[in-house]
Design a protein around this ligand. Structure first.
Ligand code: NAP
Length: 389
């Protein structure tokens, strides 16, 4: 029996993780759950899975949770930023799944590593912001960071047990998003409602918009750099609209090993929970004959500049990925509020990166540096969105 703590339990990944727990009640149990503001959904989950600890973003949400719980023994309820640390270091947790949005859980990831927990990481923004710090801490502590993102999970499956020197290139696949075939003019007219309709994956709003701009793939390129210790020249992106090949690895002898599966996040989540074992699938099997065909094409960096910006960030100053991540988060939020056009997302990020490169050059020696650059980029993006740059 493995004991699981989940940060972001009420979100898309969190709910899929609980479906995996439902499929394997003899192998998995839930000991702690954290959410942001969805007190009623967290209360439903608490009634069903009986965690001993739950966390919410604010005291008010904590009170709503207690009201919504109705019956059953109440768990320990924590709230505020420090609450995530309690969930991430719950003494009974073997594996902590990080699936909250943005970078709110950065300190919690480091605390979980320090407490020797196995990390199941969906939350790619954390590695984009502080990949060097997180992976160094995990190496020093001998803690496994198991990728939940389907592409990195696929790569983990392809290279596990192999000599890293035999790996030539990591090839991340991308669905291409809902606007894969749109012209540049059409992209300028995309609305939030259009962008939230992803063709192959059902996900939270931020990652769905990131998938539409291809920034999601850009964040994944940076995530892959840290998870697999591969420089930008050893990472490639290939658009694959069916999202059946989740990613591939090219080896030095020219062989390419790919991982295929249905488009359901329960599979990579379960792999992270079961590793190094494999358990029976919680979803119907892949039917390649029904899929019929698998298409591949290069990514168009002119129509989708966000992907190119991520490669630029990885090749440039150590602070650039932090700037890219923070500016993107604010730009996506502004786009969803109809305050920025779709094509303004890439423009805003490029503007932040240009300004940062012009005025700063940073060594990242600790979290304080990361937070300072993050704060600078957020302020820059806020001013840009308000039109006061
Ligand atoms: N969805 C996917 O298929 C997918 C695939 C790969 C990677 N990921 C990554 O997984 C992460 C989550 O994605 P998602 O699609 O599941 O997002 P989502 O559906 O928007 O869920 C986000 C979760 O984070 C919680 N949250 C927000 N702010 C919080 C805070 N300050 N403290 C604690 N919890 C907070 C939310 O709680 P409330 O709802 O209660 O406010 C919710 O449970 C992202 O980093 C994303 O890039 C997602």
């Amino acid at each position: 029996m493995k004991s699981i703590a989940i940060l972001g339990a009420t979100g898309s990944i969190g709910q899929s993780a609980l479906a995996v727990v439902d499929a394997h009640p003899d192998k998995l149990r839930v000991v702690a759950l954290a959410a942001g503001g969805n007190a009623s959904r967290l209360a439903e989950q608490a009634r069903r899975y009986r965690p001993s600890l739950v966390a919410l973003a604010t005291e008010e949400r904590g009170s709503e949770f207690m009201k919504a719980l109705h019956a059953g023994p109440p768990p320990d309820v924590r709230y505020g930023p420090g609450a995530l640390l309690h969930v991430a270091t719950h003494p009974e947790a073997d594996i902590v799944l990080f699936a909250s949005s943005g970078t709110a859980a950065l300190d919690a990831v480091l605390a979980a590593i320090d407490a020797g927990k196995t990390i199941a990481l969906a939350n790619k923004e954390i590695l984009v912001m502080a990949g060097s710090i997180v992976m160094t801490a995990a190496r020093e502590k001998g803690v496994a960071v198991l990728p939940v993102d389907s592409e990195h999970n696929a790569i983990h499956q392809c290279i596990h047990g192999r000599n890293p020197n035999e790996v030539k290139r990591l090839v991340l696949t991308a669905s291409g998003g809902p606007f894969r075939t749109c012209t540049k003019d059409a992209l300028a007219r995309v609305t939030p409602e259009d962008a939230l309709r992803h063709p192959t994956w059902r996900m939270g709003p931020k990652i769905t918009v990131d998938s539409a701009t291809l920034m999601n793939k850009g964040l994944e390129v940076i995530e892959a750099r840290w998870l697999f210790d591969a420089g930008p020249d050893r990472i490639a992106v290939l658009v694959h609209p069916q999202s059946i090949v989740h990613s591939m690895v090219e080896f030095v002898d020219g062989s390419v090993i790919a991982q295929l599966g249905v488009t359901d996040m329960q599979l990579p989540i379960q792999y992270a929970f079961s590793f190094p074992e494999r358990w029976a699938a919680p979803v119907p099997p892949l039917d390649l004959a029904a899929a019929g065909r698998l298409d591949f094409e290069p990514a168009d960096l002119e129509r989708f500049p966000c992907l190119g910006l991520a490669f630029r960030a990885l090749r440039g100053d150590a602070g650039l990925p932090i700037v890219l991540n923070a500016a993107n988060e604010l730009a996506v939020a502004a786009f969803l509020q109809h305050r920025l056009p779709f094509t303004g997302i890439g423009d805003l990020i490029a503007g932040a990166m240009d300004a940062y490169e012009k005025d700063y050059s940073d060594e990242i020696s600790g979290l304080a540096d990361v937070r300072r650059i993050d704060a600078w980029a957020r302020e820059f993006a806020t001013r840009s969105i308000a039109g006061v740059q």
